[in-house]
Write a protein that binds this ligand. Structure first.
Ligand SMILES: N[C@@H](CCC[C@H](N)C(=O)O)C(=O)O
Length: 279
């Protein structure tokens, strides 16, 4: 097998290896995806993104998302902005529709280097998170000291958001894996720790399912904003400060969540054939 051209992109440091498989199909196994994502032996990324032809007639492309552990997932906010920006450049349009496993996402060029994506509705029923049993998603009631009682939100992927006095003081690398795999989350969960800074301002750190701590998580920021508004801590429009920078989140009255943030292309390269020949 020959190598494959890729683009390395990131949104606030949450980084992606992007392959365009519209002309030449590309369907990596879990193991190949893990190798490509491996920062020591592969190229290194948080998510591996494959652009495929759209299935839905209203979409411009289909975006397949694999976490660094090789598992396929339904949503990635930062990657959606990156891919939307690529397709807008390619088509010379200022809006695009991206199809994902979680549904159709509409994106548009905002001012300067910013892209806004309508991430769809926040899903809040316990079956939608999903949880293993009926619970109030506003007070899920699990505890791993000092973390307790998260809010559950599904943004096309499952999130549990814990509100804490000081997000920096939380040992997220130690607590994250145990909470990600908590038996109450049958599909595992992305784990956020959020601190209230003001009525329109949150600080957030995220331990991502299938990855670990990342410098930013777009769906995590959407989930934290929705969770904070549901708890009455913030208004529905907030700035969320992540390790890699800030996202602007607006939970509309319609239930849709708008996310605005930057997009970066880091470099272009080719995946070594040895990585692709691993089966
Ligand atoms: N980086 C992301 C989320 C990627 C998927 C997540 N780890 C999951 O397993 O659901 C983002 O920007 O939203």
């Amino acid at each position: 097998m020959n190598g494959r051209a890729f683009i390395k992109m990131h949104g606030l440091g949450n980084d992606f290896v992007v392959i365009d498989a519209r002309q030449e199909p590309f369907n990596p196994t879990e193991k190949q995806s893990r190798l490509i994502a491996d920062r020591r032996f592969g190229i290194g990324c948080d998510q591996f993104i494959i652009i495929e032809p759209a299935v839905h007639q209203d979409a411009d492309i289909f975006m397949r998302i694999r976490n660094a552990d090789g598992g396929e997932v339904g949503a990635c906010g930062n990657a959606t902005r990156c891919i939307a920006s690529l397709i807008m450049q390619e088509t010379a349009r200022d809006h695009v529709t991206i199809e994902t496993l979680a549904g159709l996402l509409h994106a548009r060029q905002s001012h300067k280097n910013l892209v806004t994506v309508d991430m769809g509705p926040a899903r809040l029923e316990w079956q939608e998170i999903p949880l293993a049993e009926e619970r109030d998603t506003l007070n899920i009631g699990i505890k791993l000291p000092p973390l307790k009682n998260p809010v559950g939100v599904n943004m096309g992927n499952p999130h549990a958001v814990f509100f804490v006095e000081d997000a920096e003081a939380i040992e997220l690398d130690a607590l994250g894996p145990r909470l990600e795999h908590h038996p109450l989350f049958p599909e595992r969960a992305n784990i956020g720790v959020a601190t209230l800074i003001g009525k329109n301002h949150l600080r957030l750190r995220v331990f991502e399912r299938g990855v670990g701590i990342t410098s930013a998580c777009g769906t995590g920021a959407c989930a934290a904003a929705v969770a904070a508004a549901r708890r009455g801590l913030t208004d529905r429009e907030v700035q969320v400060d992540l390790d890699g920078g800030s996202l602007h989140i607006n939970w509309l009255d319609s239930g849709q969540v708008l996310m605005t943030g930057p997009v970066s292309i880091a470099f272009r390269g080719e995946i070594a054939p040895e990585l692709l020949n691993e089966s």
